[in-house]
Design a protein around this ligand. Structure first.
Ligand SMILES: Nc1nc2c(c(=O)[nH]1)N[C@H]1C(S)=C(S)[C@@H](COP(=O)(O)OP(=O)(O)OC[C@H]3O[C@@H](n4cnc5c(=O)[nH]c(N)nc54)[C@H](O)[C@@H]3O)O[C@H]1N2
Ligand SMILES: Nc1nc2c(c(=O)[nH]1)N[C@H]1C(S)=C(S)[C@@H](COP(=O)(O)OP(=O)(O)OC[C@H]3O[C@@H](n4cnc5c(=O)[nH]c(N)nc54)[C@H](O)[C@@H]3O)O[C@H]1N2
Ligand SMILES: [Mo]
Length: 768
């Protein structure tokens, strides 16, 4: 029933397994989303809220960053978008009485699922040094506490300002401005763990760290390759786009170790074909690749293209690219046997892929975490760029790179300057506009911030959203690092584990969500976001705020900045808080592409940011051209008797927020501590389906990490590979196991062994 959170810890980790379906969405998805939404919001609020998702006069779905089509459906949301909305618009509340009843140590013993189910945070709360309970605190006192600790630091670089990807453009711009006026570039964000590898690879090769395609391009492509992405769960509205593309003749190659139901067949609940008929088959060719084999695959494809008479776009290569000769030399040495070993694919499969590629004039490659979270992620993505450059598939309709971003405004936050390594031109613009001297030396990313906290070099940790301790790698190391901090502060909508693993003292600052009205002195405000394809548009919440004590994210930053910076700052923080249009006026003057921001964002649907490679085949790289690259092909080697583990999302979670225990498209419910293993491997390792095992990750320095008590599920993943859910498995990822260059935790490739274990006592709660 709406409004009533579960009382006992509901996480009975007793996984039940059935055969996975071969299609995604359809009526069950609609029914499921309404059920979830009504449990949190009640019937009326569900109807009122869901109808405003992604409408031109409504709010941006807080789920994923997939763009909205220009012609919108009355119900422009998906099952998982509905869950994201319900999670925020829930009627359940976490009140001061809740914190009086539950000590912080007792909350640290609860699962993340249980914490999230308690509802929205309603008042600023303070955990004083040496105490075990959070108590209510006034906003003024909260800002005093933060200012006190920040001013006591020996250097501004002892503070860390983390951002998750839901923060609006306006809040993000103010937040980075505050951090830099305070004196640090320590602005790590969730992107460091997510698409940082894409940003690194694309900036080096194309000059812009973002995708180069628009929604219309997908419909015009002859071929779309979806590599390392599970859109049926994580970007469900992408399936509608793929369906539309297929209707126009586009073919699809899926590259994935798992046969993901959403990519096999899509039953669109918004049309008759999806409702009554069997839906649309999406994938034409499924390449069931081994984890981390993509670099080798694309390298061999590049060699085969080079060897095919007339297959390369020589005019494009000559006019627009740099480094071709060196790349060609490297690519010509690509080795068949090595590639078959690295990928686990057959010659025939690779030849079939090649034929489809050569038959296609316009090609798009889409990818997500399956490519970015590997040690060699940046080189892999650069190889994808080589692949597209070879046939001139950048900067023309129906072709290009399409890294599909995660959080709904993670791309916008970066555009607004949330970056620990800001471009000098961006800092110059800030300096000119606001009349202060921004720090020029680089700040800390996520992994480096954890090390600094661990080593006592960072003392204040401030988070604008997110769930840092659960999202980051090496859970035990990270939690110990956070506990060494003097002060931890979280601006949040929902309770999570990061609120209960704290520094010496801690604050929770509750904030408005996307769905809620934002009234300031200057009247009702809206905010803006940028989607995965560089489209910027307004987002307006309609619901009454979850509590009268909430402040918006921009208001929190403005008040904090005034309290911390005082006279030292000439920035008009009060004016910014009263009227967000005044923030947008400044963004317009600082961030290229946002000229005349307020007027342009007033247009229904907003506007598209410029993208030089996409718009005019100009490449703002160091060479002034698109860069071919020639790296050494690598892939993860797995010793005998071991498996390669990827950590991924179930259908019933949003990152560290667990919506429920039903990974419907994989046929797993009522539990999350499962490990998916290929049946042949399982037999070899003598692990029956339903047996229990500890997952032990083995690290190059000889150390080990253990996640106990996982149910073995025989599942048709690629041989040699295994899969288990994040965040339960983050404990297995060593802090130093990161991608080269981007420093992204390599959470999709962990060498593990499975140690048979007893079935955990029935009803055991999961700790994460
Ligand atoms: N409902 C929901 N939506 C979300 C999220 C959520 O948690 N829930 N999270 C959001 C965020 S922040 C992000 S970043 C995105 C994440 O979106 P995804 O990247 O789709 O998420 P993952 O669950 O990590 O899935 C990775 C996919 O890549 C495949 N894969 C893993 N390793 C490899 C490999 O080496 N090669 C290849 N070719 N494939 C591989 C896996 O089998 C899986 O299908 O989704 C966003 N949207
Ligand atoms: N092992 C492993 N680890 C991973 C990954 C993986 O695939 N495997 N994926 C990585 C990826 S791609 C990402 S993006 C990170 C995610 O890392 P984060 O972004 O830090 O984590 P989330 O779980 O998305 O954060 C959820 C919390 O955000 C808060 N929140 C929600 N909405 C709002 C809002 O509007 N404002 C504010 N202020 N707070 C809000 C709520 O309190 C909620 O509890 O995790 C990474 N970690
Ligand atoms: Mo992400």
């Amino acid at each position: 029933m709406a409004g009533k959170p579960p009382t006992g810890d509901p996480v009975q980790d007793a996984p039940e397994v059935t055969a996975p379906p071969h299609a995604a969405a359809g009526l069950p998805a609609v029914a499921h989303s309404l059920r979830v939404a009504q449990a949190q919001m009640g019937v009326k609020r569900t109807a009122l809220t869901l109808l405003k998702v992604n409408q031109k006069d409504g709010f941006d779905c807080p789920g994923c960053a997939w763009p909205e089509p220009d012609k919108r459906h009355a119900a422009e949301f998906c099952e998982n978008g509905a869950k994201a909305v319900a999670e925020e618009a829930t009627l359940r509340r976490v009140t001061p009485e809740f914190f009086a009843a539950h000590s912080v140590p007792s909350l640290a013993g609860r699962s993340g699922y249980w914490l999230g189910q308690q509802g929205r945070l309603t008042q600023p709360m303070y955990l004083a040094e040496g105490e075990e309970h959070y108590r209510p605190v006034s906003w003024d006192r909260a800002f005093d506490i933060i200012a006190g600790e920040l001013k006591a630091l020996d250097s501004p670089d002892e503070a860390v300002f983390y951002t998750s990807g839901r923060t609006s453009n306006e809040a993000a711009f103010l937040y980075q401005l505050f951090a830099r006026e305070f004196g640090t570039n320590n602005l790590p964000d969730c992107s460091n763990m997510c698409h940082e590898s894409s940003g690194s690879a694309l900036t080096d090769t194309l000059g812009v760290g973002k995708g180069s395609v628009l929604l219309e391009d997908l419909y015009r492509a002859d071929l779309i390759i979806v590599a390392g992405q599970n859109p049926g769960t994580n970007h469900p509205r992408m399936l509608s786009a793929l369906e539309k593309a297929k209707a126009g003749g586009t073919r699809i190659i899926t590259v994935n170790p798992l046969p993901e139901a959403g990519l096999e067949r899509f039953k669109n609940p918004q049309n008759a074909r999806g409702l009554a008929l069997g839906g649309t088959p999406l994938t034409d060719l499924f390449l069931q690749i081994r984890l981390g084999g993509d670099h080798a695959l694309f390298r061999l494809l590049n060699r085969l293209i080079l060897e095919t008479e007339g297959a390369t776009d020589t005019a494009f290569i000559e006019e627009h690219t740099h480094g071709f000769a060196e790349f060609e030399r490297a690519a010509r040495t690509a080795d068949w046997d090595q590639t078959l070993r690295a990928t686990g694919l057959t010659r025939d499969e690779i030849h079939r892929a090649l034929r489809m590629i050569l038959d296609s004039k316009r090609v798009i490659v889409c990818w997500a975490m399956g490519l970015t979270q590997h040690k060699h992620a940046v080189d892999t993505i650069k190889e994808v760029v080589n692949f597209l450059l070879l046939r001139g598939n950048i900067g023309r309709p129906g072709a290009g790179v399409c890294p599909v971003r995660g959080h709904s405004n993670v791309q916008g936050d970066r555009t607004m300057g949330i970056f620990e390594r800001p471009a000098p031109a961006f800092l110059d613009a800030l300096e000119k506009e606001f009349g202060f001297t921004p720090p020029r030396h680089h700040g800390l990313d996520v992994v480096r911030a954890i090390r600094a906290l661990r080593d006592g070099q960072a003392k204040v940790f401030f988070a604008m959203g997110g769930n840092f301790v659960s999202a980051t790698p090496d859970t035990d190391v990270t939690e110990a690092a956070i506990r060494r901090a003097r002060l931890t502060v979280h601006v949040s909508t929902k309770l999570n584990r990061s609120h209960v693993i704290t520094g010496a003292h801690a604050l929770i600052l509750p904030t408005l969500g996307r769905t809620e009205r934002d009234r300031q002195r200057g009247g009702e405000q809206f905010v803006t976001v940028e989607d995965s394809m560089g489209m910027v548009h307004a987002s307006r919440g309609r619901l009454a705020p979850a509590s009268p004590h909430l402040l918006s994210e921009p208001a929190i930053v403005c008040r904090l900045a005034r309290r911390v910076l005082g006279e030292q700052s000439t920035t008009p923080w009060e004016e910014f808080e009263a009227d967000y249009a005044t923030i947008r006026d400044r963004i317009a003057r600082v961030v290229p592409g946002f000229e005349d921001f307020n007027n342009r964002v007033a247009a229904p649907g907003g506007f598209t940011l410029p993208h030089a490679p996409r718009d005019s085949r100009r490449f703002p790289t160091t060479t002034g051209k698109a860069n071919f690259t020639a790296s050494t092909v690598t892939w993860p080697e797995v010793p005998e008797g071991r498996l390669l583990l990827q950590t991924l999302r179930s259908h019933d979670q949003y990152n560290t927020t667990i919506y429920g225990l039903d990974d419907r498209y994989r046929g797993i419910k009522n539990g999350r501590r499962v490990v998916l293993v290929n049946p042949a491997d399982a037999r070899r390792l003598d692990l029956a389906d339903g047996a229990y095992a500890d997952l032990v990750s083995e690290w190059t320095d000889g150390s080990e990490r253990r996640a106990p008590g996982f149910r073995v599920v025989h599942y048709p993943t690629a041989p040699g590979c295994a899969a288990a859910y994040y965040p339960e498995t983050n404990v297995l990822v060593p802090l130093d196991h990161t991608a080269d260059t981007s420093n992204t935790p390599a959470s999709k490739s962990l060498v593990i062994r499975l140690e048979p274990a007893a079935r955990p006592a029935s009803g055991a709660a999961t700790a994460t």
